[in-house]
Design a binder for this molecule. Structure first.
Ligand code: NAD
Length: 485
Protein backbone atom coordinates (compact mmCIF):
# COMPACT_ATOMS: atom_id res chain seq x y z
CA UNK A 1 0.00 0.00 0.00
CA UNK A 2 1.27 3.43 -0.82
CA UNK A 3 1.27 6.11 1.83
CA UNK A 4 0.15 9.31 0.24
CA UNK A 5 0.99 12.25 2.33
CA UNK A 6 0.28 15.92 2.03
CA UNK A 7 3.03 18.49 1.76
CA UNK A 8 6.37 18.14 3.49
CA UNK A 9 7.98 15.04 4.84
CA UNK A 10 5.22 14.30 7.23
CA UNK A 11 1.56 15.09 7.50
CA UNK A 12 0.27 16.48 10.76
CA UNK A 13 -3.42 15.76 10.64
CA UNK A 14 -4.57 17.72 13.63
CA UNK A 15 -2.65 20.90 13.14
CA UNK A 16 -3.49 23.69 15.52
CA UNK A 17 -5.92 21.70 17.64
CA UNK A 18 -5.77 20.18 21.04
CA UNK A 19 -6.31 16.74 19.59
CA UNK A 20 -3.81 13.96 19.46
CA UNK A 21 -1.51 14.62 16.55
CA UNK A 22 -1.40 11.93 13.90
CA UNK A 23 1.58 11.67 11.67
CA UNK A 24 1.46 10.04 8.26
CA UNK A 25 4.83 8.86 7.10
CA UNK A 26 5.78 9.79 3.64
CA UNK A 27 5.71 7.31 0.79
CA UNK A 28 5.23 8.86 -2.59
CA UNK A 29 5.52 12.38 -3.92
CA UNK A 30 2.32 13.39 -5.60
CA UNK A 31 2.55 15.84 -8.44
CA UNK A 32 -1.07 16.76 -9.15
CA UNK A 33 -1.02 20.01 -7.17
CA UNK A 34 -2.43 20.60 -3.72
CA UNK A 35 -5.80 21.06 -2.06
CA UNK A 36 -6.48 23.12 1.05
CA UNK A 37 -8.75 21.20 3.40
CA UNK A 38 -11.22 23.58 5.04
CA UNK A 39 -12.96 22.99 8.37
CA UNK A 40 -16.63 23.64 7.43
CA UNK A 41 -17.59 24.70 10.96
CA UNK A 42 -15.03 27.51 11.07
CA UNK A 43 -14.15 28.13 7.40
CA UNK A 44 -10.47 27.91 8.36
CA UNK A 45 -7.76 25.90 6.62
CA UNK A 46 -7.15 22.60 8.40
CA UNK A 47 -4.25 21.32 6.33
CA UNK A 48 -3.01 21.00 2.77
CA UNK A 49 -3.10 17.72 0.89
CA UNK A 50 -1.03 16.74 -2.12
CA UNK A 51 -3.07 15.52 -5.05
CA UNK A 52 -2.27 12.68 -7.42
CA UNK A 53 -1.54 13.50 -11.04
CA UNK A 54 -2.41 11.31 -14.01
CA UNK A 55 1.09 9.80 -13.87
CA UNK A 56 0.77 9.12 -10.12
CA UNK A 57 -2.57 7.46 -10.78
CA UNK A 58 -1.22 5.26 -13.56
CA UNK A 59 1.72 4.24 -11.39
CA UNK A 60 -0.56 3.36 -8.45
CA UNK A 61 -2.90 1.34 -10.70
CA UNK A 62 0.04 -0.54 -12.17
CA UNK A 63 1.41 -1.33 -8.70
CA UNK A 64 -2.04 -2.50 -7.62
CA UNK A 65 -2.26 -4.71 -10.72
CA UNK A 66 1.15 -6.20 -9.91
CA UNK A 67 0.10 -6.85 -6.28
CA UNK A 68 -3.07 -8.68 -7.35
CA UNK A 69 -1.44 -12.07 -8.02
CA UNK A 70 0.04 -12.37 -4.55
CA UNK A 71 -2.97 -10.91 -2.70
CA UNK A 72 -5.44 -13.31 -4.29
CA UNK A 73 -3.08 -16.15 -3.40
CA UNK A 74 -3.08 -15.29 0.33
CA UNK A 75 -4.79 -18.23 2.05
CA UNK A 76 -8.46 -17.41 2.77
CA UNK A 77 -8.07 -17.70 6.55
CA UNK A 78 -5.04 -15.40 6.47
CA UNK A 79 -6.85 -12.82 4.35
CA UNK A 80 -9.67 -12.93 6.91
CA UNK A 81 -7.19 -12.51 9.78
CA UNK A 82 -5.59 -9.48 8.09
CA UNK A 83 -9.00 -7.85 7.67
CA UNK A 84 -9.84 -8.50 11.34
CA UNK A 85 -6.50 -6.99 12.35
CA UNK A 86 -7.31 -3.95 10.17
CA UNK A 87 -10.70 -3.73 11.94
CA UNK A 88 -8.97 -3.83 15.35
CA UNK A 89 -6.71 -0.93 14.39
CA UNK A 90 -9.68 1.07 13.07
CA UNK A 91 -11.43 0.40 16.37
CA UNK A 92 -8.41 1.55 18.36
CA UNK A 93 -8.27 4.71 16.21
CA UNK A 94 -12.02 5.39 16.49
CA UNK A 95 -11.69 8.66 18.39
CA UNK A 96 -8.83 9.92 16.22
CA UNK A 97 -10.72 9.12 13.00
CA UNK A 98 -13.90 10.66 14.39
CA UNK A 99 -12.17 13.90 15.40
CA UNK A 100 -10.53 14.06 11.97
CA UNK A 101 -13.96 13.75 10.34
CA UNK A 102 -15.46 16.44 12.55
CA UNK A 103 -12.77 18.86 11.40
CA UNK A 104 -12.68 17.80 7.76
CA UNK A 105 -16.40 17.26 7.11
CA UNK A 106 -18.24 19.08 9.89
CA UNK A 107 -19.93 15.85 10.98
CA UNK A 108 -21.25 15.77 14.52
CA UNK A 109 -18.91 13.89 16.82
CA UNK A 110 -21.64 11.34 17.57
CA UNK A 111 -22.10 10.58 13.88
CA UNK A 112 -18.37 10.53 13.21
CA UNK A 113 -17.77 7.94 15.96
CA UNK A 114 -20.54 5.82 14.45
CA UNK A 115 -18.97 6.18 10.99
CA UNK A 116 -15.52 5.00 12.16
CA UNK A 117 -17.29 2.16 13.99
CA UNK A 118 -19.10 1.28 10.78
CA UNK A 119 -15.77 0.85 8.96
CA UNK A 120 -14.67 -1.53 11.73
CA UNK A 121 -17.95 -3.46 11.56
CA UNK A 122 -17.88 -3.75 7.76
CA UNK A 123 -14.29 -5.03 7.89
CA UNK A 124 -15.24 -7.58 10.54
CA UNK A 125 -18.35 -8.65 8.62
CA UNK A 126 -16.42 -9.25 5.38
CA UNK A 127 -13.42 -10.78 7.18
CA UNK A 128 -15.53 -13.93 7.31
CA UNK A 129 -16.05 -13.85 3.55
CA UNK A 130 -12.74 -15.21 2.21
CA UNK A 131 -13.46 -18.58 3.83
CA UNK A 132 -17.07 -18.57 2.64
CA UNK A 133 -16.62 -17.73 -1.04
CA UNK A 134 -18.18 -21.05 -1.86
CA UNK A 135 -18.88 -22.17 -5.42
CA UNK A 136 -21.37 -24.78 -6.62
CA UNK A 137 -20.96 -28.33 -7.81
CA UNK A 138 -23.61 -28.83 -10.46
CA UNK A 139 -24.71 -32.33 -11.55
CA UNK A 140 -23.93 -32.93 -15.24
CA UNK A 141 -23.22 -35.97 -17.41
CA UNK A 142 -19.66 -37.15 -18.15
CA UNK A 143 -17.76 -35.33 -15.42
CA UNK A 144 -17.95 -32.75 -12.67
CA UNK A 145 -19.07 -29.17 -13.06
CA UNK A 146 -17.81 -26.64 -10.54
CA UNK A 147 -18.17 -22.86 -10.19
CA UNK A 148 -15.54 -20.56 -8.71
CA UNK A 149 -15.92 -16.97 -7.46
CA UNK A 150 -12.82 -15.37 -8.98
CA UNK A 151 -11.63 -11.90 -7.96
CA UNK A 152 -11.72 -9.28 -10.71
CA UNK A 153 -8.31 -7.59 -10.30
CA UNK A 154 -7.93 -3.91 -9.48
CA UNK A 155 -11.08 -2.21 -8.19
CA UNK A 156 -11.36 1.60 -8.44
CA UNK A 157 -13.49 3.13 -5.70
CA UNK A 158 -14.66 6.75 -6.03
CA UNK A 159 -16.05 8.26 -2.83
CA UNK A 160 -18.17 11.42 -2.34
CA UNK A 161 -17.67 13.98 0.42
CA UNK A 162 -20.82 13.34 2.41
CA UNK A 163 -19.86 10.08 4.16
CA UNK A 164 -16.13 9.68 3.55
CA UNK A 165 -15.52 6.77 5.92
CA UNK A 166 -18.53 4.45 5.56
CA UNK A 167 -18.72 4.71 1.76
CA UNK A 168 -15.01 3.96 1.45
CA UNK A 169 -15.39 0.92 3.72
CA UNK A 170 -18.45 -0.45 1.89
CA UNK A 171 -16.22 -0.64 -1.18
CA UNK A 172 -12.79 -1.63 0.06
CA UNK A 173 -13.80 -4.21 2.70
CA UNK A 174 -15.69 -6.64 0.41
CA UNK A 175 -13.35 -5.89 -2.51
CA UNK A 176 -10.26 -6.87 -0.49
CA UNK A 177 -12.05 -9.84 1.11
CA UNK A 178 -12.80 -11.23 -2.35
CA UNK A 179 -9.11 -11.08 -3.28
CA UNK A 180 -9.04 -7.86 -5.32
CA UNK A 181 -6.62 -4.99 -4.91
CA UNK A 182 -8.04 -1.49 -4.49
CA UNK A 183 -7.26 2.05 -5.58
CA UNK A 184 -9.53 4.51 -3.81
CA UNK A 185 -10.13 8.18 -4.55
CA UNK A 186 -11.68 10.21 -1.74
CA UNK A 187 -13.59 13.37 -2.62
CA UNK A 188 -11.36 16.44 -3.06
CA UNK A 189 -12.99 18.12 -0.03
CA UNK A 190 -12.70 15.20 2.40
CA UNK A 191 -9.54 13.12 1.97
CA UNK A 192 -8.22 12.96 5.56
CA UNK A 193 -9.89 9.88 7.03
CA UNK A 194 -9.29 7.81 3.88
CA UNK A 195 -5.58 8.66 4.02
CA UNK A 196 -5.50 7.54 7.66
CA UNK A 197 -7.42 4.33 6.91
CA UNK A 198 -4.85 3.42 4.25
CA UNK A 199 -2.10 3.82 6.80
CA UNK A 200 -3.94 1.62 9.29
CA UNK A 201 -4.32 -1.08 6.61
CA UNK A 202 -0.57 -1.11 6.12
CA UNK A 203 0.02 -1.26 9.88
CA UNK A 204 -2.36 -4.21 10.05
CA UNK A 205 -0.11 -6.13 7.68
CA UNK A 206 -2.06 -5.75 4.45
CA UNK A 207 0.77 -5.80 1.91
CA UNK A 208 1.96 -2.67 0.06
CA UNK A 209 -0.05 -1.71 -3.06
CA UNK A 210 -3.04 -3.87 -2.10
CA UNK A 211 -4.99 -0.83 -0.85
CA UNK A 212 -3.89 2.58 -2.15
CA UNK A 213 -5.62 5.86 -1.38
CA UNK A 214 -5.15 8.51 -4.06
CA UNK A 215 -6.40 11.99 -3.11
CA UNK A 216 -7.09 13.83 -6.33
CA UNK A 217 -9.50 15.39 -8.75
CA UNK A 218 -12.45 13.51 -10.15
CA UNK A 219 -11.61 14.67 -13.64
CA UNK A 220 -8.07 13.25 -13.35
CA UNK A 221 -7.87 10.38 -10.84
CA UNK A 222 -11.52 9.29 -10.96
CA UNK A 223 -11.66 9.52 -14.72
CA UNK A 224 -8.48 7.44 -15.02
CA UNK A 225 -10.09 4.65 -13.01
CA UNK A 226 -12.69 4.55 -15.75
CA UNK A 227 -10.26 4.62 -18.69
CA UNK A 228 -7.31 2.54 -17.39
CA UNK A 229 -7.69 -1.01 -18.69
CA UNK A 230 -6.14 -2.59 -15.57
CA UNK A 231 -9.01 -1.29 -13.43
CA UNK A 232 -11.61 -4.00 -13.88
CA UNK A 233 -14.43 -2.43 -11.93
CA UNK A 234 -15.41 1.05 -10.74
CA UNK A 235 -17.55 1.52 -7.63
CA UNK A 236 -18.86 5.04 -7.76
CA UNK A 237 -20.90 6.88 -5.17
CA UNK A 238 -21.86 10.44 -5.98
CA UNK A 239 -24.15 12.53 -8.11
CA UNK A 240 -26.34 11.07 -10.81
CA UNK A 241 -24.74 13.30 -13.47
CA UNK A 242 -21.19 12.07 -12.77
CA UNK A 243 -22.53 8.51 -12.45
CA UNK A 244 -23.97 8.82 -15.95
CA UNK A 245 -20.55 9.93 -17.28
CA UNK A 246 -18.90 6.98 -15.58
CA UNK A 247 -21.43 4.57 -17.04
CA UNK A 248 -20.84 5.96 -20.54
CA UNK A 249 -17.06 5.74 -20.10
CA UNK A 250 -17.20 2.22 -18.70
CA UNK A 251 -18.95 1.03 -21.87
CA UNK A 252 -15.71 1.36 -23.87
CA UNK A 253 -14.12 -1.50 -21.95
CA UNK A 254 -17.35 -3.20 -20.84
CA UNK A 255 -16.07 -2.33 -17.39
CA UNK A 256 -18.10 -3.50 -14.40
CA UNK A 257 -19.70 -0.71 -12.37
CA UNK A 258 -21.63 -0.22 -9.19
CA UNK A 259 -23.35 3.16 -8.99
CA UNK A 260 -24.80 4.64 -5.80
CA UNK A 261 -26.31 7.95 -6.85
CA UNK A 262 -28.74 10.60 -5.69
CA UNK A 263 -32.09 10.41 -3.97
CA UNK A 264 -35.32 12.29 -3.30
CA UNK A 265 -36.88 9.96 -0.80
CA UNK A 266 -40.41 10.14 0.53
CA UNK A 267 -41.50 9.96 4.15
CA UNK A 268 -45.16 8.91 3.92
CA UNK A 269 -47.26 9.60 7.01
CA UNK A 270 -50.71 7.98 7.10
CA UNK A 271 -53.45 9.30 9.38
CA UNK A 272 -53.55 5.99 11.29
CA UNK A 273 -49.90 6.25 12.35
CA UNK A 274 -48.38 7.45 15.60
CA UNK A 275 -48.40 11.08 14.40
CA UNK A 276 -46.46 12.36 17.44
CA UNK A 277 -43.63 9.92 16.76
CA UNK A 278 -43.71 10.50 12.99
CA UNK A 279 -43.42 14.28 13.53
CA UNK A 280 -40.78 14.01 16.26
CA UNK A 281 -38.53 11.80 14.14
CA UNK A 282 -39.10 13.44 10.73
CA UNK A 283 -36.36 16.09 11.23
CA UNK A 284 -33.80 13.36 11.95
CA UNK A 285 -34.88 11.48 8.82
CA UNK A 286 -33.84 14.43 6.68
CA UNK A 287 -31.53 16.76 8.60
CA UNK A 288 -28.99 14.16 9.68
CA UNK A 289 -25.57 15.18 8.29
CA UNK A 290 -27.18 18.55 7.51
CA UNK A 291 -29.34 16.86 4.86
CA UNK A 292 -26.25 15.87 2.88
CA UNK A 293 -27.42 12.30 2.86
CA UNK A 294 -28.47 10.39 -0.25
CA UNK A 295 -31.16 8.71 1.90
CA UNK A 296 -32.56 12.00 3.28
CA UNK A 297 -36.35 11.83 3.46
CA UNK A 298 -36.63 15.25 1.84
CA UNK A 299 -40.24 14.89 0.69
CA UNK A 300 -42.75 14.45 3.50
CA UNK A 301 -46.17 13.27 2.31
CA UNK A 302 -48.88 13.62 4.95
CA UNK A 303 -52.45 12.29 4.70
CA UNK A 304 -54.66 15.36 4.29
CA UNK A 305 -56.81 14.67 7.37
CA UNK A 306 -53.77 15.00 9.70
CA UNK A 307 -51.73 17.50 7.65
CA UNK A 308 -52.34 20.53 9.92
CA UNK A 309 -51.74 18.55 13.08
CA UNK A 310 -48.55 17.05 11.67
CA UNK A 311 -47.17 20.50 10.75
CA UNK A 312 -48.06 21.83 14.22
CA UNK A 313 -46.07 18.97 15.77
CA UNK A 314 -43.22 19.26 13.26
CA UNK A 315 -42.49 22.90 14.07
CA UNK A 316 -41.25 22.37 17.67
CA UNK A 317 -39.42 19.21 16.56
CA UNK A 318 -37.47 21.22 13.96
CA UNK A 319 -36.82 24.03 16.45
CA UNK A 320 -35.39 21.42 18.82
CA UNK A 321 -32.67 20.17 16.46
CA UNK A 322 -29.34 21.12 18.04
CA UNK A 323 -27.41 22.88 15.26
CA UNK A 324 -24.19 23.74 17.08
CA UNK A 325 -20.44 23.19 16.98
CA UNK A 326 -20.25 19.60 15.68
CA UNK A 327 -17.46 18.77 18.14
CA UNK A 328 -19.87 19.17 21.08
CA UNK A 329 -21.41 15.90 22.27
CA UNK A 330 -24.97 17.27 22.16
CA UNK A 331 -24.66 18.45 18.52
CA UNK A 332 -27.32 16.95 16.25
CA UNK A 333 -26.48 18.84 13.06
CA UNK A 334 -23.34 20.59 11.86
CA UNK A 335 -22.57 22.92 8.96
CA UNK A 336 -22.78 22.23 5.24
CA UNK A 337 -19.57 21.00 3.63
CA UNK A 338 -18.64 24.19 1.75
CA UNK A 339 -19.60 27.74 0.85
CA UNK A 340 -20.51 26.44 -2.60
CA UNK A 341 -22.89 23.84 -1.14
CA UNK A 342 -24.54 26.56 0.94
CA UNK A 343 -25.14 28.59 -2.22
CA UNK A 344 -26.67 25.56 -3.93
CA UNK A 345 -28.96 24.86 -0.96
CA UNK A 346 -30.00 28.54 -0.66
CA UNK A 347 -30.92 28.61 -4.33
CA UNK A 348 -33.79 26.19 -3.60
CA UNK A 349 -35.28 28.34 -0.85
CA UNK A 350 -34.66 32.00 -1.61
CA UNK A 351 -37.02 33.97 -3.86
CA UNK A 352 -40.78 34.24 -4.20
CA UNK A 353 -41.45 30.83 -5.66
CA UNK A 354 -41.06 28.93 -2.38
CA UNK A 355 -43.14 29.26 0.79
CA UNK A 356 -41.04 28.68 3.91
CA UNK A 357 -43.26 27.30 6.67
CA UNK A 358 -40.69 27.55 9.48
CA UNK A 359 -37.01 27.21 10.24
CA UNK A 360 -34.80 26.00 13.04
CA UNK A 361 -31.70 27.74 14.35
CA UNK A 362 -28.11 27.79 13.13
CA UNK A 363 -25.02 29.57 14.44
CA UNK A 364 -24.11 32.93 12.96
CA UNK A 365 -20.59 33.83 11.92
CA UNK A 366 -17.88 31.80 10.24
CA UNK A 367 -18.60 28.34 8.88
CA UNK A 368 -21.04 27.10 6.27
CA UNK A 369 -24.13 27.03 8.47
CA UNK A 370 -27.68 26.70 7.21
CA UNK A 371 -30.76 26.30 9.42
CA UNK A 372 -33.12 23.34 9.14
CA UNK A 373 -35.86 24.61 6.85
CA UNK A 374 -39.39 23.37 6.12
CA UNK A 375 -41.02 24.48 2.86
CA UNK A 376 -44.50 24.02 1.44
CA UNK A 377 -44.27 23.52 -2.33
CA UNK A 378 -47.08 24.91 -4.45
CA UNK A 379 -47.10 21.86 -6.70
CA UNK A 380 -45.23 18.64 -7.40
CA UNK A 381 -43.46 20.36 -10.28
CA UNK A 382 -41.65 22.79 -7.95
CA UNK A 383 -37.87 22.48 -8.20
CA UNK A 384 -37.50 22.01 -4.43
CA UNK A 385 -39.91 19.04 -4.58
CA UNK A 386 -38.26 17.39 -7.59
CA UNK A 387 -34.49 17.93 -7.23
CA UNK A 388 -32.06 16.60 -4.67
CA UNK A 389 -31.24 19.65 -2.50
CA UNK A 390 -28.52 17.90 -0.46
CA UNK A 391 -28.99 20.26 2.44
CA UNK A 392 -31.32 20.72 5.45
CA UNK A 393 -34.45 21.56 3.46
CA UNK A 394 -37.57 19.42 3.60
CA UNK A 395 -40.77 19.85 1.59
CA UNK A 396 -44.17 18.83 2.95
CA UNK A 397 -47.25 18.07 0.82
CA UNK A 398 -50.63 16.49 1.64
CA UNK A 399 -52.07 13.41 -0.09
CA UNK A 400 -55.48 11.78 -0.17
CA UNK A 401 -55.52 8.00 0.19
CA UNK A 402 -53.07 5.17 -0.40
CA UNK A 403 -53.03 5.31 -4.20
CA UNK A 404 -52.26 9.04 -4.22
CA UNK A 405 -49.47 8.55 -1.66
CA UNK A 406 -47.85 5.84 -3.78
CA UNK A 407 -48.23 7.85 -7.00
CA UNK A 408 -46.66 10.96 -5.43
CA UNK A 409 -43.85 8.96 -3.79
CA UNK A 410 -42.99 7.33 -7.12
CA UNK A 411 -43.23 10.55 -9.13
CA UNK A 412 -39.45 11.00 -9.20
CA UNK A 413 -36.53 9.76 -11.28
CA UNK A 414 -34.88 8.58 -8.04
CA UNK A 415 -35.55 5.48 -5.96
CA UNK A 416 -33.13 5.11 -3.10
CA UNK A 417 -34.89 5.16 0.21
CA UNK A 418 -38.04 6.11 2.09
CA UNK A 419 -40.21 5.66 5.16
CA UNK A 420 -43.82 4.63 5.70
CA UNK A 421 -45.69 5.49 8.89
CA UNK A 422 -48.83 3.46 9.55
CA UNK A 423 -50.23 1.13 12.21
CA UNK A 424 -52.05 -0.95 9.58
CA UNK A 425 -49.94 -4.00 8.73
CA UNK A 426 -51.73 -4.67 5.45
CA UNK A 427 -51.14 -1.09 4.33
CA UNK A 428 -47.47 -1.31 5.38
CA UNK A 429 -47.13 -4.42 3.19
CA UNK A 430 -48.97 -2.94 0.20
CA UNK A 431 -47.22 0.43 0.26
CA UNK A 432 -43.72 -0.95 0.92
CA UNK A 433 -44.12 -3.25 -2.10
CA UNK A 434 -45.45 -0.43 -4.28
CA UNK A 435 -42.88 2.28 -3.53
CA UNK A 436 -40.06 2.08 -6.09
CA UNK A 437 -37.03 2.35 -3.82
CA UNK A 438 -34.20 0.09 -2.71
CA UNK A 439 -34.31 0.77 1.03
CA UNK A 440 -37.51 1.35 2.94
CA UNK A 441 -38.33 1.44 6.61
CA UNK A 442 -41.73 1.18 8.25
CA UNK A 443 -42.30 3.25 11.41
CA UNK A 444 -38.62 4.25 11.49
CA UNK A 445 -36.03 5.98 9.34
CA UNK A 446 -33.41 3.31 9.30
CA UNK A 447 -31.85 2.47 5.94
CA UNK A 448 -28.28 1.32 6.36
CA UNK A 449 -27.07 -1.76 8.16
CA UNK A 450 -23.84 -3.44 7.12
CA UNK A 451 -25.55 -6.83 7.08
CA UNK A 452 -28.36 -5.82 4.69
CA UNK A 453 -28.22 -4.77 1.03
CA UNK A 454 -28.11 -1.10 0.13
CA UNK A 455 -28.70 0.53 -3.26
CA UNK A 456 -31.15 2.29 -5.51
CA UNK A 457 -33.92 1.75 -8.02
CA UNK A 458 -34.21 3.90 -11.17
CA UNK A 459 -31.65 6.73 -11.41
CA UNK A 460 -30.49 6.21 -7.82
CA UNK A 461 -28.04 3.60 -9.00
CA UNK A 462 -27.09 0.17 -10.23
CA UNK A 463 -26.09 -2.74 -8.03
CA UNK A 464 -26.13 -3.25 -4.27
CA UNK A 465 -23.52 -2.78 -1.58
CA UNK A 466 -23.28 -4.37 1.87
CA UNK A 467 -25.14 -7.45 3.08
CA UNK A 468 -24.48 -11.07 2.32
CA UNK A 469 -24.43 -10.69 -1.47
CA UNK A 470 -21.90 -7.86 -1.89
CA UNK A 471 -19.13 -10.32 -2.68
CA UNK A 472 -20.92 -11.19 -5.92
CA UNK A 473 -20.24 -7.64 -7.08
CA UNK A 474 -16.49 -8.12 -6.59
CA UNK A 475 -16.13 -11.54 -8.21
CA UNK A 476 -16.79 -13.21 -11.55
CA UNK A 477 -18.45 -16.61 -11.64
CA UNK A 478 -16.26 -19.09 -13.47
CA UNK A 479 -17.76 -22.40 -14.54
CA UNK A 480 -15.40 -25.33 -15.15
CA UNK A 481 -16.36 -28.76 -16.45
CA UNK A 482 -13.92 -31.56 -15.57
CA UNK A 483 -14.39 -34.55 -17.90
CA UNK A 484 -14.33 -38.05 -16.42
CA UNK A 485 -11.72 -39.21 -18.94
P1 NAD B 1 -19.87 14.12 -7.18
O1 NAD B 1 -20.56 13.27 -8.18
O2 NAD B 1 -19.59 15.52 -7.53
O3 NAD B 1 -18.48 13.49 -6.77
C1 NAD B 1 -18.37 12.17 -6.27
C2 NAD B 1 -16.96 11.68 -6.50
O4 NAD B 1 -16.75 11.56 -7.91
C3 NAD B 1 -15.87 12.60 -5.99
O5 NAD B 1 -14.81 11.84 -5.47
C4 NAD B 1 -15.44 13.33 -7.25
O6 NAD B 1 -14.11 13.78 -7.19
C5 NAD B 1 -15.58 12.24 -8.28
N1 NAD B 1 -15.73 12.71 -9.67
C6 NAD B 1 -16.18 13.91 -10.09
N2 NAD B 1 -16.15 13.98 -11.43
C7 NAD B 1 -15.66 12.79 -11.87
C8 NAD B 1 -15.41 12.24 -13.15
N3 NAD B 1 -15.64 12.93 -14.26
N4 NAD B 1 -14.94 10.98 -13.24
C9 NAD B 1 -14.72 10.26 -12.12
N5 NAD B 1 -14.93 10.72 -10.87
C10 NAD B 1 -15.40 11.97 -10.75
O7 NAD B 1 -20.76 13.99 -5.87
P2 NAD B 1 -20.54 14.70 -4.48
O8 NAD B 1 -20.98 16.11 -4.67
O9 NAD B 1 -19.19 14.43 -3.93
O10 NAD B 1 -21.55 13.89 -3.55
C11 NAD B 1 -22.89 14.21 -3.47
C12 NAD B 1 -23.73 13.25 -4.29
O11 NAD B 1 -23.47 11.92 -3.92
C13 NAD B 1 -25.21 13.44 -4.07
O12 NAD B 1 -25.89 13.45 -5.29
C14 NAD B 1 -25.61 12.22 -3.26
O13 NAD B 1 -26.93 11.84 -3.36
C15 NAD B 1 -24.69 11.21 -3.77
N6 NAD B 1 -24.53 10.11 -2.82
C16 NAD B 1 -25.13 8.90 -3.07
C17 NAD B 1 -25.02 7.88 -2.17
C18 NAD B 1 -25.66 6.54 -2.41
O14 NAD B 1 -25.25 5.59 -1.79
N7 NAD B 1 -26.60 6.42 -3.30
C19 NAD B 1 -24.30 8.05 -1.00
C20 NAD B 1 -23.72 9.28 -0.78
C21 NAD B 1 -23.82 10.31 -1.70
Amino acid sequence: MTQLSPTGNEFVASKGSDLTTSTFTRGTNLSGGTHEVINPATATIETTVELASLQDTDAAIERAAAAFASWRAVAPADRGRLLRRFAELVDAANEELAQLEVRNSGHTIGNARWEAGNVRDVLNYYSAAPERLIGKQIPVAGGIDVTFAEPLGVIGIIVPWNFPMPIAGWGFAPALAAGNTVVLKPAELTPLTAIRLAELALEAGIPPDVFTVLPGKGSIVGQRFVTHPAVRKVCFTGSTSVGQQIMRGAADQVKRITLELGGKSANIVFADSDIEKAAATAPYGVFDNAGQDCCARSRILVEASVYDRFLALLEPAVAGVQVIDPALPEAEMGPLISARQREVVSSYVEGDSVDVAFRGDAPEGPGFWYPPTVVLPRSTSDRVWREEVFGPVVSVLPFTGEADAIAKANDTEYGLSGSIWTRDLGRALRVSRAVEAGNLSVNSHSSVRYSTPFGGFKQSGIGRELGPDALAAFTETKNVFYAND
